[in-house]
Write a protein that binds this ligand. Structure first.
Ligand SMILES: *Cc1c(COP(=O)(O)O)cnc(C)c1O
Length: 394
């Protein structure tokens, strides 16, 4: 009975750590211990110090490794800690090609930190394979993909770019935060390193900050394990436990949120005050076909542009259900304003060049009844229309 003989939703519950071998507990114990007694002078146990290894954190690392169909998982204090540590696989003089509408924190790391260590970068629209090829240099050591991208939901062909990276001896990194292994498994498409902000869909309840990395190559696993211990940005055990609990319901949460996101995206497309909707589940989306091929769903995040930037403040003010906040991937819907929130680290002209305009809103669809969300958005659009007709706002 191998783990792969069960479907994904069953694997979420029945994994190597479903029962504590010491006590029979059906949840992984939280081992709040920084150090571990060694029982003999010449025979050290598996654990010695919790930065290097802790049984609670290790359970989460095993679970995510299995779900991503990798061999080794690593848990970090945040998504950025996971991403930054994975960048430490590169050395001075190396070059990395990065998705142009990458997460704001990753943009900051690449442009303001890696540059100080003489690691070069080129931002590329990764939906354009020829552009990626053109960006390759003799020192290109990594291709860093985020798909669907944030906040424009552009889809990158993981298989093609992983093959291209392999040809030039570069590593392929994929930030899989938006889809999770419930919908997309980059390692099975040829990627080398999968990264997660587990703060989002994996934990799913807006209650923890956490990051994960998964690899499938033993050599890479050893290097990343060494870096995790050296840099030391490990995940605390209580947060590791919260992420494990969140993961148990990942499948049902994602399924429901994807269904609702599809319904909302279709509805938004028909609204007069909406200029464009970005959602790879829409047949009108440029990358609809590719998304269907490499993932089993379009995810629960969409973005949309209002016809006029002037309407945005009134719309946001009038919306009642979603929280207006940064972050995504939670039980509650989250509406955010990329230009002033997640992507504020990107200078205005750069942002606009990438299509992240001041009239763009991003919505992470939660578990509310989608009809309630539609009703809420309807009344918010009506409030804007009222403003227009009285000339109060525009
Ligand atoms: C949130 C996020 C991150 C950063 O993760 P933190 O847990 O906030 O450090 C990285 N990538 C994507 C796509 C994200 O949404």
């Amino acid at each position: 009975m191998t783990k792969q003989s069960f479907s994904f939703e069953t694997q979420l519950l029945h994994n190597r750590h479903k029962i504590d071998p010491e006590t029979g507990a059906v949840n992984v114990p939280i081992h709040l211990s920084s150090t571990f007694h060694q029982f003999a002078i010449d025979q050290f146990g598996k654990y010695d110090y919790s930065r290097s290894g802790n049984p609670t954190r290790e359970a989460l690392e095993d679970i995510i490794a299995d779900l991503e169909e990798g061999t080794n998982g690593f848990a970090f204090a945040s998504g950025m800690a996971a991403i930054s540590t994975a960048f430490l696989l590169l050395s001075a003089g190396d070059h990395v090609i990065v998705s142009e509408d990458v997460y704001g924190g990753t943009y900051r790391m690449v442009t303001s930190v890696l540059t100080r260590f003489n690691i070069e970068h080129t931002f590329v629209d990764m939906t354009n394979i020829a552009a990626v090829e053109a960006a390759i240099q003799s020192n290109t050591k990594a291709i860093y993909i985020e798909t669907p991208s944030n906040p424009l939901l552009k889809v990158t062909d993981i298989k093609t770019l992983s093959a291209l990276a392999k040809q030039i001896g570069a590593l392929t990194y994929v930030d899989n935060t938006f889809l999770t292994p419930a919908l997309q498994k980059p390692l099975t498409l040829g990627a080398d390193i999968v990264l997660h902000s587990a703060t989002k869909f994996l934990s799913g309840h807006s209650d923890a900050i956490a990051g994960l990395a998964v690899v499938k190559d033993p050599n890479l696993a050893e290097q990343l394990g060494f870096l995790q211990n050296s840099f030391g940005a490990v995940l605390g055990v209580q947060d590791a436990w919260l992420v494990m609990r969140g993961i148990k319901t990942l499948h049902v949460r994602i399924q429901q949120s994807v269904k609702s996101a599809q319904q909302l995206a279709e509805w938004l497309e028909a609204q007069n005050l909406v200029k464009t909707v970005h959602y790879p589940g829409l047949v009108t989306h440029r990358d609809f076909q590719l998304q269907q091929e490499q993932a089993s769903g379009a995810g629960a995040v969409l973005s949309f542009e209002l016809v006029d930037e002037e309407l945005l403040a009134d719309f946001v003010q009038a919306v009642k259900l979603p929280v207006f906040a940064v972050s995504l991937g939670a039980v509650e819907s989250i509406l955010s304003y990329p230009a002033k929130m997640s992507h504020a680290a990107i200078p205005k002209d750069e942002r606009e060049k990438r299509g992240i305009t001041n009239s763009l809103l991003r919505l992470s669809v939660g578990l509310e009844n989608p009809d309630d969300l539609i009703q809420d958005f309807s009344q918010a659009f009506e409030a804007c229309t009222a403003q227009i007709s009285t000339g109060a706002s525009v």
